[in-house]
Design a protein around this ligand. Structure first.
Ligand code: UGA
Length: 443
């Protein structure tokens, strides 16, 4: 009989994990407290944008291998070999630390129904020490007592590539406190392990730390190249050439070395802060003090972008029209959590400009967060009458635009490329002033 898997929390991470587990051949039950989300998923519709997930979800809802519920009792009664926790762990309001209320709510909701031994595998990003704390809570609340084992199985998927990252991950990490939990997770991931995915088995704390460390490293790499962009601007260098030259050193590598507006989203910014907070609690805050600088460099990019835009508006935003291309925190996603693009758009609006935003997928989510910005249905419409265009999320469709055509609708040919992704020379040849972070003026 096919193994049974439950997935609790069906956001970007959980919905993807559930569909991918069904693809691996398991019977899957997805659970969320958000009835609207569950209704959409049950109908085979993904309530957010993630390339490839729609097809996979529809396929397995239709095959009957993937079902959804809002009931903890049903999840417990499903007899899952492994229950995965995939709820989000946002930043606590007014603090750096992670807010674990959703993870704790899962334990409190599920535990009283667990009367059979089972394995709970957390995938949510949590501070080191959480799995042990949750084990104690299960022991207290679950009728099965010590039969409920907690493991940690951090997730490294990227939004926009979530399906591929889940079905073909570059590694699997499982943190366990018993051989039984290890065996259960090895079984679940057997198809991936057989396909050659490296597996690292650790204790609980290490598994929790791997995730925090990975995101801290990625953030540091981005802020490193953005710090170089600041130096390049001062010295008259070109950070894109510098980045390319560094990338050929195999020890450095070119990935996550793209300078620009920096990182945002629901993961990197809050994860480095939660990591710093946890290090403080553990008495090793000095070890991660550098992440404060990583965060500061990243936030300075947004301020610098606004400054560059203001320069292109001849020193003042008052009465100016600004077009913003991109609202999602990165392309191929409709996620606007801590989006650098929206942060820049909103601060320019507050400085007196009329700002029109266009994003291929994220307009609706952006409008919920920033209803006072104007939204357009196309890049050209957003650009109409603009004194300057700001390219802030590097969707492929922006790269394909013809600078000549765009120039016919704007009031000035001025563009600031916040992602260093447009062909500077092409824009320059069409009569545009092209500005970018960390690079000399073109035009
Ligand atoms: C990130 C990690 O990359 C995943 O491995 C991890 O699983 C996930 O967080 C998570 O913790 O759940 P994600 O938030 O989807 O994934 O986005 P990334 O692709 O990492 O991009 C983050 C931000 O960095 C974006 O705003 C992007 O524009 C920016 N970035 C990325 C740069 O500014 N420069 C780069 O070179 C790369």
């Amino acid at each position: 009989m096919a193994a049974r898997i439950s997935v609790i929390g069906t956001g970007y991470l959980g919905a993807t994990h559930a569909a991918c587990m069904a693809e691996l051949g398991y019977e899957v039950l997805g659970m969320d407290v958000d009835a609207e989300k569950i209704a959409a998923l049950t109908a085979g519709t993904v309530p957010f944008y993630e390339p490839g997930l729609d097809e996979l979800l529809a396929k397995h809802v239709a095959s009957g291998r993937l079902r959804f519920t809002t009931s903890y009792a049903e999840v417990a009664g499903f007899g899952a070999d492994v229950h995965f926790i995939c709820v989000n762990t946002p930043q606590r309001k007014g603090e750096y630390a992670a807010d674990l209320r959703y993870v704790e709510a899962v334990v409190d909701g599920l535990a009283p129904h667990l009367d059979q031994p089972t394995v709970i595998a957390g995938k949510s990003t949590v501070p080191a020490g959480t799995a042990v704390r949750l084990t104690e809570r299960f022991l207290e609340l679950a009728p099965a007592g010590a039969g409920v084992e907690v493991a940690w199985n951090p997730e490294f998927l990227r939004e926009g590539y979530a399906v591929g990252d889940t079905l073909r991950p570059d590694r699997l990490v499982i943190g366990v406190a018993s051989a039984h939990a290890e065996a259960a997770l090895r079984d679940v991931y057997a198809p991936l392990i057989e396909a050659g995915t490296p597996l690292v088995v650790t204790d609980l704390a290490t598994a929790e730390l791997v995730k925090a460390a990975a995101n801290a490293f990625l953030s540091t790499k981005i802020s490193f190249i953005n710090a170089m962009a600041e130096v390049c601007e001062a010295a008259g260098g070109d950070v894109m050439q510098l980045s390319e030259a560094l990338s050929y050193d195999a020890r450095i590598g070119g990935r996550f070395l793209v300078p620009g507006l920096g990182f945002g989203g629901g993961c990197l910014p809050k994860d480095i802060r939660a990591f710093m907070a946890r290090a403080g609690e553990l008495g090793v805050d000095q070890a991660l003090a550098f992440l404060k600088e990583v965060d500061a460099i990243n936030m300075r990019r947004r301020v610098r972008m606004v400054d560059l835009a203001r320069e292109q508006c001849d020193g003042s935003f008052l009465g100016k029209r600004v077009a913003v291309w991109g609202a999602a925190f990165k392309p191929n996603s409709d996620d606007v959590r801590d989006s650098p693009a929206l942060n820049v758009a909103a601060s320019i609006l507050l400085q007196g400009a009329q700002v029109t935003v266009y994003d291929p997928k994220a307009n609706d989510n952006a409008a919920k967060l920033f209803p006072t910005l104007a939204y357009a249905d196309s890049a050209l419409e957003a650009a109409r009458g603009a004194h300057v265009i700001l390219h802030l999320t590097e969707w492929q469709e922006f790269r394909e635009l013809d600078p000549e055509e765009v120039g016919k609708v704007t009031s000035q040919r001025r563009i600031v490329d916040g992602r260093n992704a447009l062909a500077a020379q092409r824009w320059h040849e069409a009569g545009w002033t092209y500005r970018a972070l960390g690079r000399p003026v073109v035009g």
